[in-house]
Design a protein around this ligand. Structure first.
Ligand SMILES: Cc1cc2nc3c(=O)[nH]c(=O)nc-3n(C[C@H](O)[C@H](O)[C@H](O)COP(=O)(O)OP(=O)(O)OC[C@H]3O[C@@H](n4cnc5c(N)ncnc54)[C@H](O)[C@@H]3O)c2cc1C
Ligand SMILES: Cc1cc2nc3c(=O)[nH]c(=O)nc-3n(C[C@H](O)[C@H](O)[C@H](O)COP(=O)(O)O)c2cc1C
Length: 652
């Protein structure tokens, strides 16, 4: 019985690691079983209705790799497994006999670090399976490979033991008490040394020239062939920007924030305050052109035909049925894969095989090797590091196949934006605010650059001539305004973190208006709604200032406290956390008053979150015998109980 490898992955990291482990099993004397998404566990022989005897799992050995997404969630292609494992109708310990190793991927910038792997691990143990290796927890915030590499190094021995124990034969002995050194595929380094390289992955994409025209994009629901793996299971809608305005002053060139409104009247789309919309990106034409000139095209296709001739793309995808698309090669490279994200080491190893120049080949192998990890980190992983175009620029003799790049470049993932509107007030429109991402080399972020062009054109009255926007809905059930108007709330949203709170306030306004209509003038008991906002300058980037003032005037917002970080005469920077501390007595009184005040935090950046949470702990300390550690525990408890809710993101 082979070792199955199962993965749950949102943006491809866990999938790539799972593929690598699967590819390397045979190098270590292990029989490779299936490589499938976690949701396809039935294919790995996990029966939907297991018997109490647990015989179905006897002797099975598997490796699981699971990233965490959303707010500590299992990625969509792995969610079914938790339901399966926790199903109370199943016999107790029905998975007895299964031995497994699990690797979690996460990011310590997020609250629930590696929560997905932790939950799956716990559920497997409760179902009677046996974990034969320490759970790995790799941190994308500091570099996944710090944990992934040593974890994989130690994995083989555990699997060999698990497999031989399953067969009732002793595990292979270690040589001289140390780990058995197993030969890996090696490449010669410039100095004649050998390098330790990851195993190249099995290619899962095939391209061939198809007769006929490439299929045209539909409107409304998007055809699945146009979706990258990152949005494959989601409904993709085509919408247009119907209104837009710049929220920051025109002379504030290094910080540009826009308000945009999506017209959703033509689509079956419903959202709630707190939800997000994911904008599905397309790579820029000039980058696609550049790439198309640097790939070996499928046999029978010339560069002149990359727009007009259909190619048949067949992809075996995570144990699913083959996905077949009949599209132009340009569409494939425009819509499916990311050209900016760091290429994985397994791709570099494969690219080395396409270098005709020996020096290029060696240098590429060096970057992919364990020995060259520092160079990989500096050149590829560092902010502004090489995407595939820079890699190909630096290795001029490398002419990879289009199949390889479509298979192994990271999927092009949607960028999410929080609803700044309420369906009660804006039933057919979704509002959001975005900050244009500006890079030191003068480039703009892929999506925010495109959105800015669209918004400028709409603001100038030119209409949505830049074509439809493709979106998916991202639900955020943990980030909702209180259902009851009587529940008090404190909202902390500096910068574009204000966006969901504008949505909350519009919802609140609509609720108050509806109640007033029903009950005459009285809208019943209303809890406090206190907003902390922060920006640089009062007259340049105070987002939604007029509307917020109106909310205060109408009583929808009971207090508005603002921090301007660059307006003070003495040059001292004041942020929202400083304002919170200035108001500490009032904040504490509200947090401890009956009525369970809700606390919300939204915005960009780990530093902001740390600053605000430190301030909150200081504020809570008098309530915890002036012990900051206990205050932190209390904040955590509130978070678990849903009294404190966060929606924070990190793009840099
Ligand atoms: C749940 C959630 C809600 C969000 N809500 C909002 C919101 O309401 N408003 C908002 O503005 N944002 C929000 N974001 C962030 C948003 O989704 C995007 O991440 C952000 O707008 C950047 O997208 P982009 O495509 O423009 O940038 P990208 O092109 O993806 O660039 C971002 C990263 O790419 C790299 N990069 C690419 N090119 C270069 C280069 N030339 N030089 C240096 N580095 C480079 C860098 O690592 C950079 O950090 C949210 C994110 C999440 C997860
Ligand atoms: C929108 C989003 C939400 C995330 N949420 C969490 C989280 O709650 N906890 C965590 O540990 N990591 C979180 N991460 C980090 C990912 O788990 C990490 O980047 C991982 O490498 C992604 O692997 P994947 O490409 O296989 O999905 C999140 C990443 C993104 C983009």
């Amino acid at each position: 019985m082979g070792v199955d490898v199962l993965y749950a992955s949102a943006t491809g990291n866990a999938e790539e690691i799972a593929r690598r482990i699967h590819a390397e099993l045979s190098d270590h004397g292990l029989e490779a079983g299936l490589l499938v998404e976690l949701n396809q566990f039935v294919d790995a022989g996990w029966p939907l209705s297991p018997t109490a005897s647990g015989t179905e799992f006897a002797g099975k050995v598997c490796v699981l790799v699971a990233s965490t997404t959303g707010d500590g969630d299992v990625p969509a292609n792995g969610t079914k497994v938790l339901r399966y494992l926790r199903d109370k109708a199943k016999p107790k310990k029905f998975m007895q006999g299964l031995r497994y190793c699990i690797l979690g991927l996460g990011d310590t910038n997020f609250e629930n670090f590696c929560n997905s792997a932790r939950r799956i691990d716990k559920a497997l143990l409760q179902a009677g399976a046996e974990n034969v290796y320490l759970r790995g927890e790799a941190d994308d915030g500091t570099g996944l490979e710090e944990v992934v590499e040593p974890w994989i190094d130690g994995l083989w021995d555990k699997l060999l033991q698990a497999c031989s124990n399953s067969k009732g034969v002793p595990a292979p002995a270690k040589e001289n008490g140390s780990e058995k050194i197993i030969p890996k595929e090696t490449g010669a380094h410039e100095n004649g040394d050998t390098l330790e390289l990851p195993h190249p992955l099995e290619l899962r994409v095939q391209l061939s020239v198809d007769s006929g025209d490439p299929a045209q994009e539909g409107t409304g629901h998007h055809k699945t062939w146009c979706a990258s793996a990152a949005v494959r299971d989601m409904t993709v809608f085509n919408v247009s920007i119907s209104a837009a305005r710049r929220l920051t002053a025109v002379d504030l060139v290094d910080r540009r924030v826009w308000h945009a409104e999506l017209d959703c009247s033509e689509i079956q789309f419903s959202y709630r305050p707190g939800d997000t919309v994911g904008v599905v990106p397309q790579n820029r034409d000039e980058h696609v052109d550049q790439l198309l000139k640097r790939v070996a095209l499928p046999v029978g296709l010339s560069l002149e035909e990359v727009d007009t001739t259909a190619v048949k793309l067949v992809a075996r995808d995570g144990g699913r049925q083959d996905i077949v698309r009949n599209v132009s090669l340009r569409t494939c490279f425009r819509d499916l894969v990311s050209l900016a994200d760091a290429p994985k080491k397994t791709l570099l190893v494969a690219l080395a095989q396409f270098c005709s120049d020996v020096a290029d080949k060696r240098a590429m192998q060096w970057l992919a090797s364990k020995e060259g990890r520092e160079d990989y980190r500096k050149r590829i992983m560092a902010p502004g590091g090489w995407g595939i175009l820079s890699v190909l620029d630096s290795f001029p003799s490398c002419l990879p196949s289009a199949e390889l790049l479509l298979d192994q470049l990271p999927a092009l993932a949607p960028r999410y934006y929080s609803a700044a509107s309420s369906p009660k007030a804006d039933p057919t429109r979704f509002h959001f605010a975005f900050s244009t991402v500006l890079f030191p080399d003068g480039q703009r972020g892929l999506v925010t650059g495109m959105l800015e062009d669209m918004c400028s054109s709409v603001e100038a009255g030119a209409g949505a001539e830049l074509g439809p926007l493709r979106i998916v809905l991202g639900q955020k059930d943990h980030f909702r305004p209180p259902a009851d108007l009587a529940t008090p709330m404190i909202m902390i949203g500096p910068g574009t973190g204000i966006a969901p709170f504008r949505g909350f306030l519009r919802e609140r306004q609509a609720q108050i208006d509806a109640l007033a209509l029903k009950n005459g003038q009285s809208a019943g008991v209303r809890g406090d709604a206190w907003l902390f906002f922060g920006c640089r300058h009062k007259d340049k980037d105070f987002l939604y200032d007029t509307e917020l003032a109106e909310f205060v005037d109408s009583g929808v917002l009971t207090r508005l406290t603002v921090a301007f970080s660059r307006d003070s005469a003495d040059g001292v920077k004041t942020y929202v956390q400083h304002r919170l501390l200035e108001e500490r007595e009032q904040v504490l009184a509200r947090l401890l008053a009956p009525g369970e005040c809700r606390l919300y935090l939204c915005g960009d950046g780990g530093a902001m979150v740390r600053g605000v949470e430190d301030a909150l702990c200081e504020i809570l300390a008098p309530h915890t015998q002036n012990d900051l550690a206990s205050a932190r525990v209390l904040l955590k408890e509130w978070e678990k109980a849903g009294r404190y809710r966060k929606d924070v993101w990190h793009w840099g």
